[in-house]
Design a protein around this ligand. Structure first.
Ligand code: CA
Length: 421
């Protein structure tokens, strides 16, 4: 089942989809991961079958953590825990995509420098930081001691080490700590994987509030999000030969919003963290309407074994798992007037949007089980218990809804602040 793809982009929302609707299937997959580790010494990051030397990140951590956090049971989680720690501090001897390529540099500098002969260093750093958060979060759930998991909490903040405040973007950084003089955010350079800084600067799934703070606060953050759709696409593509992901981004004609590849696919949902959830609602519908169609050319780029479809299915329901490893689904705008989910535990989730049409995509208010609901996210346990969600949609945004600090979805730095109080 792990064919032709990499965890880093493909499974970000496919596994949460399984954990919501088909947990028994993912329980078997977790058993498969246990066996893969016992037989090969590493969890697969791209297996087809066996280990394959392609793509970056160590996102088996996310796949393992999300399943356990969502309550899956009946497999050997202790072996998977050992596997995650091993993979985070080693690299497969012949297949460098498994484990962590550059783990020594990452652990030494807090980022992978771009002058130590390791390509895609910014992409790797950002993925590893998220993966460290996933390991920390799973370790906490497993009641592991602070001396064992504290290091992963610290490393989860390593995304900050490749952020350049001058540009408000993530970028390659030298081993001596300086940033190279020359930089263009639109450049598809080898610091990234099939993308540029405008795609990867949002790869802080576990701590959008930390990213908001880095960018200078909510208005500056919103301005950067808005800019993604405006900045022209073709500029800066000279440093690499044209790859199909570049061409697809140009064809889509939404600036730097490259939905044809996976790194940026969660970005529209980030408006929910900064007090302007109506822009997430606008863009989620825009992407569904413009970039998907029911025909042979219905995808705007690689489907990549589930991610681009899972994005659509989740978004059509009106929510999306921005950060696997949390129990939250961040709210967008539902596509249908009525949807019913039949969960494996026998419960049902009924999602209704009676006022829905193409011109009424904005949320005026939401009712969850008959009660007014102001958060910008739903909780997995609330859905698993069986739920009735009613979206009341309007042609104009309700700029009073979802704007309080507590309405924002999960951010790690907020959790850390709370635990210090
Ligand atoms: Ca891809």
């Amino acid at each position: 089942m792990f064919t032709d793809t990499g965890f880093w982009d493909t499974f970000r929302s496919l596994f949460p989809f399984l954990n919501l609707l088909y947990p028994s299937m993912n329980t078997k997959m977790q058993e498969g991961l246990v066996n893969a580790y016992k037989e090969s010494g590493f969890l697969p990051e791209w297996a087809s079958p066996g280990h394959r030397d392609i793509m970056v990140g160590n996102n088996s951590a996310s796949v393992v953590a999300d399943a356990y956090i969502k309550g899956l049971k009946g497999y050997d989680i202790e072996t998977l825990w050992e596997a995650l720690k091993h993979g985070a501090n080693n690299v497969h001897p012949t297949v460098s995509a498994s484990g962590r390529k550059g783990y020594q540099e990452y652990n030494q500098y807090g980022y992978i420098p771009n002058d130590v002969n390791i390509t895609q260093n910014v992409a790797r750093t950002l993925e590893y930081a998220y993966d460290d958060w996933a390991i920390y979060t799973l370790g906490k759930k497993l009641n592991k001691p602070e001396k064992e998991i504290g290091i992963y909490a610290k490393r989860a903040m390593n995304y900050k080490n490749v952020f350049d405040a001058h540009y408000k973007l993530m970028r390659g950084r030298k081993a001596d700590g300086s940033f190279p003089a020359k930089f263009e955010g639109t450049d598809w350079s080898r610091d990234f994987t099939e993308g540029n800084s405008w795609h990867y600067s949002w790869s802080v799934f576990h701590d959008p509030q930390g990213l908001i703070d880095l960018m200078g606060g909510k208005p500056a953050f919103i301005n950067m999000l808005d800019s993604v759709f405006i900045i022209p696409g073709a500029k800066g593509m000279k440093s690499r030969s044209m790859i199909h992901e570049m061409r697809e981004m140009q064809v889509m004609n939404m600036g730097q919003y490259a939905h044809g590849n996976q790194p940026i696919q969660h970005m529209v949902y980030l408006y929910n963290y900064a007090g302007e959830p109506w822009k997430a609602q606008y863009w989620a519908r825009e992407v569904m309407d413009k970039l998907y169609a029911a025909g042979p050319d219905g995808y705007c780029g690689d489907e990549d074994n589930g991610q681009t479809s899972a994005w659509y299915v989740f978004s059509a329901l009106g929510f999306y798992p921005v950060c696997p490893g949390t129990d939250q689904y961040v709210i967008g705008s539902p596509l249908f007037n009525s949807v019913k989910l039949h969960l494996e535990n026998g419960k049902e989730v009924l999602i209704e949007a009676p006022d829905n049409n193409k011109n009424r995509r904005y949320i005026n208010r939401i009712e969850l089980n008959g009660q007014s609901y102001n958060k910008n996210y739903f909780l997995h346990p609330d859905l698993q218990a069986g739920a009735k969600i009613v979206y009341h949609l309007d042609a104009q945004p309700n700029k009073e809804r979802g704007i309080a600090a507590d309405d924002a979805p999960y951010s790690f730095s907020k959790e850390m602040l709370k635990s210090k109080k």
